[in-house]
Design a protein around this ligand. Sequence first.
Ligand code: IVH
Length: 393
Amino acid sequence: MMEDAASARAAKLRALLEHHSHRYYVLDDPEISDAEYDRLFAELVELERKRPDLARPDSPTQRVGARPSAAFAPVVHAQPMLSLANVFSEQELADFDRRVRERLGHDEVIYVAEPKLDGLAVSLRYEGGLLVRAATRGDGTTGEDVTANVRTIRSCPLRLRASKPPRILEVRGEVYLPRDGFLRLNEAQAAQGGKPFANPRNAAAGSLRQLDPAVSAQRPLRLFCYGVGEWSGGAVPSSQERLLAALSDLGLPVNPERRVVKGYTGCLQYYEDLGRRRAQLAYEIDGVVYKVNEVFEQRLLGEVSRSPRWAAAHKFPAEEAVTRVLRIDVQVGRTGALTPVAVLVAVAVGGVMVSHATLHNPDELARKDVRVGDLVRVRRAGDVIPEIVGVVL
Ligand code: IVH
């Protein structure tokens, strides 16, 4: 890439990422999928790696997440809330496992594999066993105080079940809406003439950030805990497996799908098994998370700017959905190329509302024989624009 082209692309990527992270985190109303966001983010990371002179302190790559909104009081987390590096293929999983093995000097590493829930990360602070504060992740350092709303979540214990609870316990978990709760909520929104939520994640975020906790209380929010920030007093569990068991013993909800697995093969088996059962789960997941089990090994591995080296999120591929064609428009590109674009009855595909899909070119339109009124299968891959896979006959 030419010098000025690279710097223009970096500026463009920063602007795009800022825009989409505002849509996602502040407005709870994304325009693109997580996969597309991740791809743009990865492109900027790579560009800044190749050309360090293009890196800027205000780049989205230089912070852990987006800014918290001002509506709720800021809460500084006792330990920062990190995010996860993504792997998108078996090769990238193999690379992750190899890096971990090389750094630890082991032939085989034991991991804990967990579903990656598509909800909202929260930190719950218990002092002397009592829930004193709940906060969103925010930018990873400072979140928003959502204590009043989290207290309405029935699966979230207000008091830990232990005669001698830890003096301080900051638990990390995911607040989510189960599928049936999401459907009920959107039916209710529609009945009141409101705008439906695009996906359970945004519905959960919107519900948790209600100024009136009474509204939150009406939403069937749930919680799964998957980690800790601070743990002071008492014996701190020495592995992820023991930690999850300990949290469960303290009365906190922990995902029953978690498994201890061995090496790359164990991770992949878990991923494939859960992928097959994904649609039967009561909640949406967008992938699985692998964590090095032993805490002392996690410490040896440490972290890089945004995420721990001892964990990775393995994303499931893009999803498909069926909807109806309302109209077919033809866009004329700068070079005069014609691109047929189908205007669709809006449908959620892998968590994002889709109302337009490309048919790439007139040949493709003819080959797929898509007509107004047809039911079509729409797919979002890594592409920015969703595409029509074919007509459903
Ligand atoms: S662990 C140090 N475990 O994914 C690792 N995260 O990009 C911190 N998430 O913000 C996260 N399920 O909202 C972890 N089983 C799980 C998870 C999980 C969902 C979310 C969480 C976090 C994001 C990481």
